[in-house]
Design a binder for this molecule. Structure first.
Ligand code: GEK
Length: 246
């Protein structure tokens, strides 16, 4: 396991004859904070506000879940702000490299609110007694035909008054608007120092890996899963976060 300091994301800076399918391995872990901040507009604002939402909705003696936690951005944001007694945060990710690095970060910065880490597929995890569930840019990596079942299981494991926060890269039925927001996102990445080649190679790597859907598809699925009032609370170009209530 590497203990190196985080590095700048140069994973796609060199021309590759064949761009491999994107995976969350050790190389991605090393650059992950830089990669997500330079690629996802509003990422730091979303984390800040996940902390605020957890402060409001975490119920005493309940669980908060961070599903597809990566290095624990959302877990740390929640842990810093939760005041309710007896809350613990369950952070789950299928990538061993992510979980190993998150464990190292916890060793140096363990918050008062306990965070437990599990390396597992969120499709197989038990969810219960949940007052706050976070899927921060994770559902987009789950096969589309598995998403309903996962959201039903999440909704079934939630307490009355609990919330689900769902952040996703989204697409639009209106092709003209979809082209515009993709172009604005491209500009955002270029302004953050990514070259045209890096942007293009990363897009190829994510093809058929990151599978976006429309806001309407997300809203309908949340309702079908038994959650209520699904609404967007954050959006920037083709990135949005929704909140839904049990
Ligand atoms: C953050 N939420 O910083 N089971 C568990 N984990 C999974 C699965 C699965 N089936 N599929 C993908 N992952 C984080 C950012 S990143 C988003 C989330 C991004 C994990 C995967 O290993 C990765 O760590 C995470 O979902 C997606 O707030 O990189 O765009």
């Amino acid at each position: 396991m590497s203990t190196q300091e985080p590095q700048n994301d140069t994973l796609y800076a060199q021309a590759q004859t064949e761009v491999a399918r994107f995976i969350f391995d050790e190389r991605v872990v090393q650059v992950f904070p830089d990669m997500i901040n330079r690629s996802v507009p509003g990422y730091s604002t979303i984390l800040l506000m996940i902390g605020e939402l957890a402060a409001r909705y975490a119920q005493a003696h309940s669980r908060c879940y961070d599903l597809g936690c990566s290095l624990g951005g959302a877990s740390f944001a929640m842990a810093k702000r939760i005041q309710a007694p007896g809350v613990d945060i369950h952070a789950i990710d299928s990538s061993p490299a992510m979980i190993n690095r998150f464990a190292q970060l916890l060793e140096t910065d363990a918050p008062a609110c306990p965070i437990s880490l599990t390396q597992a597929d969120i499709l197989d995890c038990d969810i219960h007694n949940a007052s706050v569930v976070v899927l921060n840019f994770t559902l987009q990596f789950i096969p589309r035909d598995q998403r309903c079942k996962l959201l039903r299981r999440i909704a079934d494991g939630m307490l009355a008054g609990g919330i689900l926060i769902l952040s996703e890269k989204i697409c639009f039925d209106d092709q003209k608007h979809d082209d515009l927001v993709q172009d604005l996102h491209h500009f955002f990445k270029a302004s953050n120092g990514y070259s045209e080649m890096e942007i293009a190679q990363k897009r190829n790597a994510l093809e058929n890996v990151l599978l976006p859907e429309t806001l309407e598809q997300h809203r309908q699925r949340l309702l079908d899963s038994g959650l209520q009032n699904p609404n967007v609370w954050f959006q920037c170009f083709n990135f949005a976060s929704l909140i839904a209530f049990k």
